[in-house]
Design a protein around this ligand. Sequence first.
Ligand code: SF4
Ligand SMILES: [Zn+2]
Ligand SMILES: [Zn+2]
Length: 350
Amino acid sequence: MSDTDKTNPLRLAMGTEKPLPFSIPTCDSCSKPAVVQQAYSGRVLCGEHLCQMNRKKISKELRKQLVLKGKGQKTNIFVAISGGKDSAVLLESLVDILGKRPDIEITAGCVDEGIEGYRPPSLECARRLCEKLGVRFLTVPYTELGFVEMDEVARRLPMVTQQNKSASKMPCAYCGVFRRQGINHLAQLANADVIALGHNLDDMAQTVMMNITNGDLERTIRLAPHTARPAEGMAPRIVPLRWIPEQEIHLMAVHKELEIHHEECPHAQGALRWRTRDIVADLERDSPGTRHGLLKMADQIKSMRAQLDEAIGKSSSPMPNPTSCPTCGEMTSSATECKACQMKVDLGIV
Ligand code: SF4
Ligand SMILES: [Zn+2]
Ligand SMILES: [Zn+2]
């Protein structure tokens, strides 16, 4: 038996001297069993070294994305959490990397969309994570923001789409818009200078892919992080996990023993993102590095726009500057009322 075999926990657990029908690869930094083989980088890593590597990536992103107020002033970071793995790893990492700094205050919060069987247990997970990490926790239900619960949105949708053919048929289209307002509301309560979101590499690559297929250049340019182009009147969003694949975030959450909620939202099925998720995953399998490529391309487009704006001395975006919605006061780039207010009308809320 080789040294590697002797330290293989699976073999020890099975108490067998016979060769196993398969072998578990070992970490390329130590002799522990690996939990991941990164096809995009060639690295093979155990849980501990995966966490170490990704901690460095998160720190590097924070140095690039997070602009502190400086001059003895405190920077308030609001972390949008959901009880799921991504935002749990994000919050734990931010507390680990920045938590002891006297010039940084971290607050976390979760929007309650009103989804029976899904939101109550995940909200509890989020609350307990904050308790464990010693972070202030905030929450707000959709009903308090003037919306209806998502279960009610889903119930009304068939009627809405029958009356208005241009209204979106997918619950997530409404939820995404309402949740953005919910996060802004919580960030204001926390007096936030920056909003941190738990988007991982897969989320970001899927978004870029959807923007490409929609021909939506402006949405790509407005993608977070907003460090270089903060929108007026809005706390800039940062995405420190953006280079870390979803699978690795999950492994990190398991290695760090973070309590997370695993269930999928019952309204998620059928959303365009699900189809894009499969396409991006297939491309990544056939051609490792595809997700990184999509994100790098979006970064290059953003950088080209910034250079153009600098050269001509003004914004070249065809989108108007955000103004406050005449109905609810939220910042919007729409010429009339904001998307949330339009959707409320579609849903018969007002
Ligand atoms: S899956 Fe869709 S409906 Fe469910 S919480 Fe997410 S955005 Fe909302
Ligand atoms: Zn290792
Ligand atoms: Zn509005």
